[in-house]
Design a protein around this ligand. Structure first.
Ligand code: PMP
Length: 359
């Protein structure tokens, strides 16, 4: 039996994708082997990784002057790879501090150059996205870094800063493919795969051509974007199976009607939860309305006991992983692309009953 899995990541995948992987597990398209057993230098695998890239380009509308890289090391390695590769001309970068992941990105970047935090929402425990004032931006920054969706605090950007000539770099780990974005606004986008893309172990990097090849010679080979761009993510053994699953997820998105349909569904799902939260006498969403995430919906009950009781009882009811991050407390429902609307409806129904019984 499948449960409703509200985990923040690794997270729910479309059932159709899992079934397809199951169907192809022992014999991928007549090769007599699993994708897991296949040489990454084989023609069959080249087609798999090529197809994943092409689908991503099509679904996200990635222009030809951007490279798509499938790497390893998680978004956490990108916290270092971004400055190692891009913070090279003036050794300066601007960062926006919108929560725990942004902070980690900032502290890694500080190892490689001068970081200016141009805005922060720490004063209110990251319950909003700060206004970005371009007069604060450094004209000579090598890039400006934002976290488009804050997985722990449940906030998201609904508009992106205009950084002029300074490249905009974005950690999109928890909302990539969840709504339409204009890739052209960005110099570099990165994301760990384990939320909307596929299984953990793959890190996606989308990088504009002119930002490839800026790193000094001294950079370790595996940390140089240029190597991976030149070798089409096959410099060494890539996370082969994960990339194959990403291809299946993208096929599913395309079949669903592309990002437009996904975005519509995500809005619908999030609205069901937020509407209830705003009408509830027990549960509250601490995030300001205009900055609420479509992917990670945080909410709290009035007492520690009620929060604990809720986490325990929802689990028993087949609504899993709703306990919030320790820095926010309360609950967090991660409702990524693959979470069916029925899961959200079930959750709201459960919350209503919980409120009635315990209110
Ligand atoms: N950035 C964001 C926004 C995240 O949500 C996460 C993980 N949840 C990370 C970075 C770190 O990703 P990883 O575990 O892939 O290193």
């Amino acid at each position: 039996m499948r449960v409703y899995n509200f985990a923040a990541g690794p997270a729910v995948l479309p059932e159709e994708v899992l079934r397809k992987a199951q169907e192809e597990m022992l014999d991928y398209k007549g090769t007599g082997m699993s994708v897991m057993e296949m040489s990454h230098r084989s023609k069959t695998y080249e087609a798999i990784i090529g197809e994943a890239e092409n689908l991503l380009r099509e679904v996200m509308g990635i222009p030809a002057n951007f490279k798509v890289l499938f790497l390893q090391g998680g978004a956490s390695l990108q916290f270092a790879m971004v400055p190692m590769n891009l913070m090279v001309k003036n050794k300066k970068a601007d960062y926006v501090n919108t929560g725990a992941w942004a902070k980690k990105a900032i502290s890694e970047a500080k190892k490689f150059g001068a970081v200016k935090v141009v805005a922060s929402s720490e004063d209110k425990n990251f319950t909003y996205i700060p206004e970005l004032n371009s007069s604060e931006f450094s004209n000579d920054a090598d890039y400006l870094h934002i976290t488009t969706n804050n997985t722990i605090f449940g906030t998201r950007y609904t508009k992106f800063p205009d950084t002029g000539k300074v490249p905009l770099v974005a950690d999109m780990s928890s909302n990539i493919l969840s709504e339409k974005i204009d890739v052209l606004k960005f110099g570099l986008i990165y994301a760990g795969a384990q939320k909307n893309l596929g299984p953990a172990g793959v890190t996606l990097v989308i990088i504009r051509d002119d930002l490839v090849g800026l790193a000094p010679e001294s950079i370790p080979t595996m940390l140089n974007y240029k190597i991976h761009a030149d070798e089409k993510s096959l410099y060494n053994t890539p996370p082969c199976y994960g990339i194959y699953i990403i291809g299946l997820v993208l096929t599913w998105i395309k079949k669903m009607g592309g990002i437009a349909t996904i975005e519509k569904n995500n809005n619908e799902k999030a609205n069901i939860l937020y509407d209830y939260l705003d009408s509830s006498a027990m549960f509250k969403c601490p995030v300001v309305k205009k900055d609420r995430s479509l992917m990670n919906i945080v909410f709290v009950a009035p007492t520690v006991e009620l929060n604990e009781k809720f986490a325990k009882e929802s689990d028993k009811a087949g609504l899993l992983q709703l306990k919030g991050h320790r820095s926010v407390g309360g609950m967090r429902a991660s409702v990524y692309n693959a979470m069916p609307i029925e899961g959200v409806k079930k959750l709201v129904e459960f919350m209503k009953n919980f409120e009635k019984t315990n209110g």
